[in-house]
Write a protein that binds this ligand. Structure first.
Ligand code: MSK
Length: 630
């Protein structure tokens, strides 16, 4: 292993504490302080038994008051809250996907956005029955984009993407009446069902929660992923670095944060522009460093090798370094706290989307038509701000790890081709991976996804779970902030293979991969759905029979609940480290952890003890292996 060593959570925390000292000097607020102010949390809210969907309440369920004013009981209230939560997540992911479709619709050979993966575009067009012969690639892009946009509101039929699922899965969805129809319809239907005086039956609310999740994972998110690949390139393995040490005290530091690659791609483009680099030098910097936070970081890391400064609960840390000239955000997971915090430093907090506008920010509206001009303006503004730095406040923790990222399904299939000794030509299939699993060289796989949540020691659950899984020869595919936790710790460094069991270590060596594979942002969990669908088709097994589980140990957002619902509905048992506000209803808990298994052959497990959570996952993977006789 040479001089390779994982960075520990204790080291992360020591760096954060040092940054919080800077914050205290300038009177900055921090999430660590706000958590204390908000604790203990409201018990009614925690259990999901507070109802405020009409103006007769709010009603709260207690042993003395077991029903709301309308007569709704705890099960109906928890169920409606759960469905609304799901709808929020599905709407958010899917609207991100819609924006990407609009960007594709505006792609122009002479404009800011071009088609970078025409082969993928043609593959999708053929999949959707769109004529490709003798068609200009941009005409095709516009036609495909318009077809995709119509998936959001089409009056009849189901999502096009679901045809990618194995027939067995599609039949389960049909039989359970959870095939996702138009994306906007499922979200609207969820809000309709959970309106005052509509559904209060847990079974019905859970069913629509799965359907709404499916319109995200096999609808809006899949649009987001697939068309981002068409526009910006399908990720391939690429080297980068992760953690706050990627910021450079000598350079103008621009941090991109949020989710939509349309903005961050343009910022990266202009940060590389020789004219703007010369401009940065003219103001006293040595160059320009772009780094990322949250999923927008995953997007540009996977395609450009842009370093990852941190994940969700590190977003304030980048400002606390005193070396951030601009934090430029698009949508989702952005703390409004960044506004007041940036005022304690010289940092410009730049909001760019009408969807995410915040006080104390500089709003530079970004749109497809003006993308190049606005990106240039933002990079220049950051350069101008370099001279306003207060050197006495600058401290960048000397902490970063090497990572190899960019394992799209296409890339994964390609790299794993080299692993087995099979004589069959398996190029382009998941058969090598199946062979590794059936032979027992790899015991199974875990899709580790999701956020940070102050209820869990930040990053600890992600990192400890991943370490134990890979030591047990279970490969981990990761996305979102879970992926960044792994990268910051060093688990995406190929040298981390030495932490694996003998089988997985051998696979890592032969395929030249790290044991934790970066699959992208939170919309990219749709990549994981495509991967399991292909594994099922190539192995002849049902998805639910594969020794594969999902896990979100530190999740916090509505999007994560939508994701959980589509992962479970796809047939993958899903393990959560944070309760989704359903503890107040044993009926809802029963439906989610067991009842749904009758429909989709998978269910949730909620376990807040991290040690137990990982053991349960390993147990489940081994049970699945035994059930199929491998
Ligand atoms: S950014 S949804 S904190 S993964 Fe996608 Fe991270 Fe969770 Fe946001």
């Amino acid at each position: 292993m040479g001089d390779f060593k994982l960075t520990t959570v204790e080291e992360f925390e020591a760096a954060t504490n040092r940054l919080l000292e800077t914050g205290a000097k300038v009177g900055a607020d921090a999430w660590q302080i706000r958590v204390k102010n908000q604790t203990p949390h409201c018990k009614f809210g925690e259990q999901g038994i507070c109802c405020r969907i009409c103006a007769m309440g709010p009603c709260r369920i207690t042993p003395k008051a077991p029903k709301g004013i309308c007569g709704c009981d705890a099960h109906g209230i928890v169920g409606r809250n759960y469905l609304k939560f799901t709808a929020g997540g599905a709407a958010t992911h899917s609207d991100h996907g819609r924006e990407i479709c609009h960007t594709l619709y505006a792609a122009d050979p002479n404009g800011a956005y071009k088609v970078k993966d025409p082969d993928k575009l043609i593959r999708i067009a053929k999949e959707w029955g769109i004529e490709t012969e003798n068609k200009d690639i941009y005409d095709l892009a516009h036609e495909v984009a318009e077809t995709a946009l119509l998936e959001y509101g089409k009056p009849f039929g189901t999502q096009r993407w679901i045809k990618r699922a194995p027939e067995h899965t599609q039949k389960l969805w049909k039989d359970a009446e959870i095939e996702p129809r138009a994306i906007d319809r499922e979200v609207a239907c969820a809000l309709h069902m959970s309106h005052m005086g509509c559904s209060s039956k847990p079974e019905a609310l859970v069913r629509q929660s799965l359907r709404t999740g499916l319109c995200d994972g096999w609808g809006g998110s899949m649009c987001g992923t697939e068309f981002s690949d068409v526009l910006f390139g399908t990720p391939k393995p690429i080297d980068t670095e992760a953690n706050l040490g990627v910021m450079n005290a000598d350079n103008v530091n621009i941090v991109v944060h949020g989710h939509d690659p349309s903005l961050s791609e343009m910022i990266c483009e202009y940060a590389d522009d020789p004219e703007l680099i010369a401009y940065a030098k003219s103001v006293g910097a040595k160059g320009i460093t772009v780094s990322g936070v949250c999923c927008t970081s995953n997007e540009v890391a996977m395609r450009r090798g842009i370093p990852m400064a941190g994940n969700f609960l590190q977003q304030e840390n980048v400002v606390l370094t005193g070396a951030c000239e601009a934090i430029v955000v698009d949508v989702q997971c952005i703390f409004p706290a960044l506004g007041p915090l940036s005022k304690c430093f010289h940092t410009k907090f730049i909001t760019t989307s009408p969807i995410a506008q915040m006080p104390d920010s500089e709003y530079i509206r970004f749109s497809v038509g003006t993308a190049a001009e606005k990106a240039k303006q933002i990079v220049k503004l950051a350069c101008d701000n370099f001279q306003n730095r207060k050197p006495e406040l600058v401290y960048i923790p000397d902490m970063k790890q090497k990572s190899t990222v960019g394992y799209s399904v296409e890339a994964l299939v390609k790299v794993l081709d080299g692993v087995t000794n099979t004589q069959v030509d398996v190029t382009g299939t998941t058969k090598p991976l199946i062979e590794c699993i059936t032979s027992g060289v790899i015991r199974g796989a875990v899709a580790m996804v999701g956020c940070n949540n102050p209820k869990i020691r930040p990053d600890y659950a992600h990192i400890e779970l991943m370490k134990k899984l890979i030591a047990n020869d279970i490969v981990v595919v990761a996305s979102g902030c879970a992926a960044q936790a792994a990268a910051k710790a060093g688990l995406m460094d190929k040298r981390a293979k030495d932490l694996c069991g003998a089988g997985l270590k051998r696979v890592c060596e032969l395929a030249d991969i790290p044991p934790v594979l970066h699959m992208g942002s939170c919309v990219d969990i749709s990549r994981m759905m495509i991967l399991v669908a292909e594994l099922a088709k190539d192995s002849g097994l049902n998805i639910s029979q594969l020794p594969v589980v999902g896990c979100a140990p530190e999740w916090m957002s509505e999007k994560a609940v939508s994701i959980g619902n589509y992962v479970v509905a796809t047939g993958i048992d899903t393990f959560l480290g944070v309760d989704p506000y359903v503890a107040g209803s044993d009926q809802m808990a029963q439906w989610l952890t067991s009842g749904v298994r009758d429909w989709v052959e998978a269910a949730y497990t909620v376990e807040t003890d991290i040690e137990k959570l990982v053991d349960l996952m390993i147990e489940r993977i081994e049970e699945k292996r035994t059930a199929i006789g491998i």
